[in-house]
Design a protein around this ligand. Structure first.
Ligand SMILES: [Zn+2]
Length: 207
């Protein structure tokens, strides 16, 4: 898995192509975004002259995602009708827009980033998303249910249970744990399932 320069113990949870960094006219095409148990990785191929391209990886550590009331700040939203994922890291806020898959895909990413940041890897839904038309219809239904509100349930059931809107919910942080560093046996504290770097010997491992 040298493709993403993964650290020992770092695992890919999900990845999506057809995404852009930023939104609208100022955005840049990305090859893909990759979520691991330690990082959100942005992958871009940049032209450097006539026949040269270079692949860039930007690794955004999940443990630097800002939390509000113990909830990691990763949200799905729409900007000028484009679905986006917005993640607040301590250094910067990263906005990724989705050119395919609709708001539903942005919702899935936001939820997965929150769960991964909270060390709740097992709870992440890695099943295939409905693709193309199905995703767009589901996306549209989500919007309709949101607007109609009180009669949303009847709309949802009329269109089938699989298209029911999922209510976004807060992901609580995993329990705090202390583990021994596999490199130097120093005690390292953090959240269960979180990717950490030992401050004594720089060994990376998952709590
Ligand atoms: Zn160590």
């Amino acid at each position: 898995m040298d493709e993403y320069n993964l650290a020992p113990g770092e695992l890919i949870i999900m990845q999506t192509s057809n995404v852009r960094l930023g939104v609208g006219s100022g955005s840049e095409a990305l090859d893909e975004i990759v979520l691991t148990n330690m990082n959100l990785i942005l992958v871009a191929t940049v032209s450097e002259g006539l026949f040269k391209t270079r692949r860039y990886l930007k690794r955004c550590p999940l443990d630097s995602i800002l939390c509000s009331a113990d909830v990691p700040q990763a949200i799905a939203a729409r900007v000028n009708s484009t679905p986006v994922l917005r993640v607040a890291f301590s250094e910067e806020t990263v906005t990724v827009s989705f050119t395919e898959g609709g708001k539903r895909l942005a919702d899935r990413w936001a939820e997965s980033v929150r769960r991964a940041a909270a060390g709740n890897i097992d709870a992440i839904d890695t099943s295939e998303l409905p693709s193309g038309t199905a995703a767009e219809i589901a996306d549209f239904v989500d919007g309709a249910v949101g607007v109609v509100g009180a009669v949303g349930d009847s709309i949802g059931s009329a269109l089938g249970a699989s298209l029911k809107a999922q209510k976004p919910h807060a992901e609580k942080m995993a329990a705090k744990v202390t583990a021994k560093c596999p490199g130097c046996h120093a005690p390292v504290a953090g959240r269960k399932g979180q990717g950490v770097v030992c401050s004594y010997c720089d060994t990376k491992f998952v709590l």
